[in-house]
Design a protein around this ligand. Structure first.
Ligand code: ZN
Length: 285
């Protein structure tokens, strides 16, 4: 069926959701069966399982069904078809809280945590996602990309991990999979371009998580996102992702893979990309 689920994720995420981690010694064990998840969350939460994903949410029934089938299962299927050949084999537990109050309450009750992001985070070691759904479905898709990518490309450097995750914060579903669209991160990138303050791609690619987040974090997100969107637009995103993943041992930051797939040097690619960035348009709807 064409456009099985016309999913338009329109929302404003004002800061990157977090690929976080918590101290496993201080975090209670995360349930890894549906029965245990229902017992933990109680009757205010609906629970469901789709493949290796366990989902609990304190949303109304109809909205819960939409989130489970129309967002989580639909995006997982599209992402696995496009990018991820190594599938999740171990369960990932997803908690979706309907607003910031229930999010804060749930984090405290189930994780003994205060929110480390107003949006949500993915806990790598215990394989869980927590989401404040008030910030919109894009947050959920962002963290879902992290959880799925962890199985397929565990050594992914942060530029492609956050680039791909933030690309699908706003997207639509087409026959060929998820398609990222321009979003609110564009003006910051275009301003940096006008001011001559973009970070050279070679430096962006080589950033570790600490440097990525230390200074100019939101510009780093914007550059990574719009580099992935550029690759999507020229039809090379899948090839770059898979070539890089398969060669990461010899190409730690992806420069060689990007150059090989695009058949150009990185400075040439950077010049073309920035020209493309200057032409992009986005307006608040
Ligand atoms: Zn992220």
């Amino acid at each position: 069926m064409h456009r099985l689920l016309p999913l338009l994720l329109l929302f404003s995420l004002t800061s990157g959701a977090v690929f976080g981690d918590t101290n496993p010694r201080s975090t209670p064990a995360v349930p890894k069966t549906l029965a245990a998840l229902q017992t933990q969350t109680g009757k205010q939460f609906f629970v469901a399982q789709r493949g290796s994903l366990l989902i609990a949410a304190d949303l109304p029934r109809q909205q819960f069904d939409y989130v489970v089938n129309g967002i989580v299962a639909c995006c997982q299927k599209a992402l696995e078809r496009t990018f991820f050949t190594t599938r999740l084999t171990q369960p990932v537990t997803i908690y979706i809280f309907q607003n910031k109050e229930s999010y804060a309450r749930g984090l405290k009750k189930f994780f003994l945590l205060d929110p480390i992001s107003p949006y949500g985070h993915y806990g790598h070691r215990q394989r869980y996602i927590v989401i404040n759904y008030q910030t919109g479905p894009g947050t959920l898709v962002h963290e879902l990309v992290h959880a799925l990518m962890a199985a397929d490309f565990p050594d992914a450097p942060i530029w492609i991990s956050e680039g791909l995750a933030s690309l699908y914060e706003q997207c639509r579903v087409e026959d060929e999979g998820l398609l990222g669209e321009a979003n609110w991160r564009l003006p910051e990138l275009q301003k940096a371009l006008t001011d001559g303050k973009t970070v050279p791609l070679e430096r962006l690619f080589g950033s570790d998580a600490q440097n990525f987040r230390l200074m100019d974090e939101s510009l780093h997100y914007a550059q990574s996102r719009y580099f992935c969107l550029y690759l999507q637009e020229i039809g090379k995103l899948r090839a770059v992702y898979q070539t890089f993943r398969d060669n990461v041992k010899d190409d730690r930051f992806g420069v060689k893979s990007v150059e090989m797939v695009l058949q150009k040097t990185l400075p040439e690619i950077e010049r073309d990309w920035l020209e493309w960035v200057a032409q992009q348009r986005w307006s608040k709807k």
